[in-house]
Every structure is written in C-alpha cells, then in structure tokens.
Ligand binder design. Structure first.
Ligand SMILES: *Cc1c(COP(=O)(O)O)cnc(C)c1O
Length: 382
C-alpha cells in the first residue's frame, strides 16, 4: 500500500467542473437559475414540495428555529453527541439548549431520553440522525405531538437514508436540514438545504435567508420593469446559496444513489474485515437503506491491547487517517461551563467518546484499502 489513506476525499467529477464553468460563464454568480434548479431537483428527489437552499446547514437550522418562532424563554431539547452547530443555533435565537444522553445501541437521541427532559418551557426538539442512522422517528413524532413540540431534524449526515421507505426529509416533522459541507454525503463546498412542509414556514425562511427582502414584491416589480424596488419585511440574514455552489450540487445530487451504494458497500466490507476484533462495529439498522453510511464508527472494547488515542496515533504512523465524531458537547468548555454539564450526566456519550474512532470512508475507497485498515487495527489491538 503506497501513500496515505485519507479519512475523506470528496467525489468531484468532470460534470461538476463543467457545470461550475457554465455558471461562471453565464455571468450569474450568486443566487439565480442554478439555485432554483437545485432546489427543484432536491425537492423532487425527496418527493417533497419545497426545498430552500442556504449557505450552510448551520444557517438552515437557524432559519428553521427562527421561522418556527422559537426564542428567549424557550427550551430546545437536543443530543450531547453532535457537532456544536446543532446546539449553537439554539443560542442564536436566544433559547436554551437542554442536552440528552444517547442510546448506546444507535448513538442517537432516544424518545425516552427526550421525554425525561420535557418541561413546560420546552418548545422544540432537534434530533440528529447520527452518522447517518435514522432516529426512531415514529415515537419521536408521537411524543412531540402529545406535548405540542416542534421537531427540526439535523440531517447533516443523512442524505439519502430512509425509514419505512420514506427518505429523510419526507417525515412528518417541521423541518429537515441537510449539509453540503466538503465531507458530507453530497457537497457544494459549503452549503445546505432545508425542507419544510408548512408553506408559511417555507415563505418565512425564503425571506429571511436574504435580508428579509420580500421577494414577491421584488418579483412583481421586477417582472414588468426595471428591477430596483423592494421591501424589507423582516430583519433577515445573509444565508443565500450561490449559483456556483448550486451548480456543484445539481451534479452531486444526480449521483447520490451511486454514492450511497458505494458507502453501503464499504460499510459491509468493514463489517466483514473487522469481524472477531476487540471492538464494536458500527451500529446498523435492520434495513440497509435506513442508514446513509456517512460515518463508519467503531468502539474499542476492554479487550483491546491499546486505547483509542494510541490507536489513532499508531494508525496515522501506518499511513491511515482517522477521526473522532464527536467530542461530546459536555466536554467542550463553553457548553460545559455555561450549562454545568458533567460526564456523569452523559455516561453513554462519555463511554462512546472514550472508545470511538471514525474509519476512512469515501466514494472510491478500494477493498484493498479497507482490508489494509482492518489489518492494521488487528495488528495493533490484539
Ligand atoms: C456538518 C454538521 C453541521 C453543520 O453543517 P454546515 O453545513 O457545515 O453548517 C451540523 N450538524 C451536524 C451533525 C454536522 O455534522
């Protein structure tokens, strides 16, 4: 094996490059016809009515909470084991995050953990389909309805996973937010997409993503004469997607099923090559399509000869780049200090964190590379 096996490598082909060149040559660089095309193709792929393209998933999560009217005095329940963006957006709108421990079998927030944290001030839940494993949505939707809570899905990892034959984005929740960051299931460099079922929420998000400018007014004047009049109906943000990014996204989306098939193949190869080692293999749902396989996360067991940090270092020296997803929020100083979080409150997330490693997984990874990673882990842990 020559050279480093990277943790991740985006799959950008000639089609993406040609589409970007087309956008650049068209003279229309920021939000325009390519963004419209991308939104329509994305909505069609998920079989939903509306998709709103934004500059990042973080922006999309913020717009969703803002558009749902979550604000000061409200509590939003979310998971301790996630990227900081999931929780930071709760602060953007002035609400208070309330953190749940995870279910060790799935690494996801569980309906029981959510239920235990509900107070009269709880207004919403942000679930994260962690690593691409879809949460128990029937139960979560049921408890949200019983308690009058909104649900926002952080689906940054989850395109194109499904549950009961429905793709994430098509569930009966308030909003689902996808990320197109460089290492996400499809990429636009930076970017995100929000899907929502309530036309009012969709309209609010469309206005808020571009300075609160009332597009209908804009279009009304723009279509029949010189385009200069507009109204501002909300304070708004600068969260629009560029046409250059959308050009990449259109071509990436066309390959999403192929990408998924490759990730699934890689996950199955890891399952096979890692059999019998002192580790817990990546949690998997019964149905293969119910996981996007964005990440393949193993957890070392007590039988391993070396610990997690030592293994990452030794793999790196052997030319294999791994990562950790994530340092739980209870270990990050801002969240720990501000909310008085401690490891005892999150025993499952803490235990996973101490033992977990995310293995290289990307479109185009070869079986020999996967076998090489597994051999190195065998040599180092037994
Ligand atoms: C990547 C990620 C985000 C943020 O996505 P951006 O598009 O970079 O803003 C949010 N939540 C999770 C779980 C993520 O992995």
């Amino acid at each position: 094996m020559t050279g480093m096996i990277p943790f991740y490598r985006p799959a950008i082909g000639d089609e993406e490059i040609a589409e970007v060149v087309k956008s650049l040559a068209s003279g229309w660089l920021t939000s325009g016809p390519q963004v419209k095309r991308f939104e329509q193709a994305f909505a069609a792929y998920l079989d939903v009515r509306d998709a709103v393209a934004v500059s990042s998933a973080t922006a999309g999560l913020h717009l969703a909470l803002d558009g749902l009217g979550i604000g000061p005095g409200d509590e939003v329940i979310t998971t301790d084991l996630t990227f900081t963006a999931t929780a930071e957006v709760i602060r953007y709108v002035g609400a208070e995050p309330v953190f749940c421990d995870i279910d060790p079998a799935t690494l996801n927030i569980s309906p029981a953990a959510i239920e235990a944290k509900i107070t009269p001030r709880t207004k919403a839940i942000i679930v994260v389909h962690f690593a691409g494993y879809v949460c128990e949505m029937d139960a979560i939707i049921g408890l949200a309805r019983r308690n009058g809570l909104a649900i926002v899905e952080d689906a940054a990892h989850t395109l194109p996973a499904s549950s009961n034959g429905v793709r994430v984005g098509g569930f009966e929740t308030d909003a689902a937010v996808f990320s197109f960051y460089a290492n996400k299931p499809i990429t636009t460099g930076e970017g995100g997409m929000v899907v929502a079922r309530d036309p009012g929420l969709v309209a609010r998000m469309r206005v808020s993503r571009l300075h609160g400018i009332d597009r209908d007014t804009f279009d009304r004047y723009g279509s029949s004469g010189p385009v200069w009049q507009y109204d501002v109906v909300a304070p708004g943000y600068k969260y629009n997607m560029t046409d250059i990014a959308a050009a990449i996204g259109i071509r990436q989306l066309a390959k999403v099923d192929d990408f998924h098939a490759e990730r699934l193949r890689a996950a199955r190869l890891y399952d096979r090559h890692l059999e019998g080692l002192p580790l817990i293999r990546a949690p998997r749902p019964a149905e293969a399509r119910d996981h996007s396989w964005h990440l393949y996360i193993i957890q070392l067991t007590k039988e391993s000869r070396i610990d997690r940090d030592q293994l990452i270092m030794a793999l790196f020296r052997a030319g294999i780049a791994c990562s950790v997803h994530y340092t739980p929020l209870h270990r990050l100083s801002f969240w720990r200090r501000t909310y008085g979080l401690s490891p005892e409150d999150f025993p499952n997330a803490e235990k996973v964190f101490q033992n977990c490693i995310s293995l290289p997984l990307f479109v185009g990874i070869k079986e020999e590379e996967i076998a090489h990673v597994a051999d190195a882990i065998r040599r180092l842990t037994i």
